[in-house]
Design a protein around this ligand. Structure first.
Ligand SMILES: C[S@@+](CC[C@H](N)C(=O)[O-])C[C@H]1O[C@@H](n2cnc3c(N)ncnc32)[C@H](O)[C@@H]1O
Length: 214
């Protein structure tokens, strides 16, 4: 199921501020490495992340799911002066590409990479409500746990952004019942019913939810 008409998606992409050479080269290298991959966020979503971090005023950001580093570059570019991004992933292979591009983008000193299952990394963070911004884009079955670990760690007014919340439309297909489908429906319903937060779901690419802690 197309979330948005493909011609309109192309139009949207063409009308975001253009990617620079670093991001363009990263897309090209990633597609050489993993032909046909859909794991990397799109450029308009990346611009959206940069703009959200700039608008929110972010000193501490957390990313769950780095892959080759596209979204981490977009988030790190929007951080406030002296801000940090804690980037969580399990893959040495993919994140070695990310590290090279962080270096090239001049962002290495803003990003702390944690190579471990993200639920462990998140659980080990203090619950002092210091996180201003979080982006979840990793294994879909982990989303409910990542959300629950993040909410108590967010500052009031802090923003959690979740990617792929529509799963190509499978959320409204009752026959779609794999573990990832069920986990995404679960986290979507949890967020809607959660009085600690206010939320809105947007039809950007594969669906993006914005969750603001009250
Ligand atoms: C969809 S990709 C992330 C794409 C990335 N946001 C980008 O813009 O390129 C998902 C990533 O989640 C990572 N991942 C999978 N399971 C994980 C886990 N349990 N903890 C942390 N990261 C995990 C994978 O290694 C992969 O790099």
């Amino acid at each position: 199921m197309d979330i948005v008409n493909p011609a309109l998606e192309d139009y949207l992409l063409a009308h975001a501020s253009p990617a620079d050479d670093v991001l363009r080269d990263l897309v090209e290298e990633t597609h050489q490495l993993v032909p046909g991959t859909t794991m990397q966020i799109s450029h308009d979503e990346g611009e959206f992340l940069t703009m959200l971090t700039q608008l929110t005023g972010v000193s501490l950001a957390v990313e769950v799911g780095v892959f080759t580093g596209y979204s981490s570059i977009c988030i790190a570019r929007g951080l406030s002066e002296g801000g940090r991004l804690l980037a969580c992933d399990v893959s040495e292979e993919w994140t070695s590409v990310a590290r090279r591009y962080w270096e090239r983008a001049g962002l290495t000193d803003r990003i702390d990479l944690r190579l471990a299952p993200a639920d462990e990394t998140l659980r080990a963070l203090p619950t002092d409500q210091a996180v201003d911004f979080a982006f979840i884009d990793a294994d879909k079955t982990g989303y409910p746990a990542y959300y629950e670990e993040l909410v108590p760690r967010m500052r009031r007014g802090g923003l959690i952004v979740l990617d792929n919340v529509l799963r190509g439309g499978r959320v409204v297909d009752p026959s779609a019942q794999d573990a990832a489908d069920r986990a995404i429906r679960q986290v979507n319903d949890t967020i809607t019913a959660d009085s600690r937060v206010q939320s809105v779901m947007l039809p950007l690419r594969d669906g993006v939810t914005l969750v603001r802690k009250r």
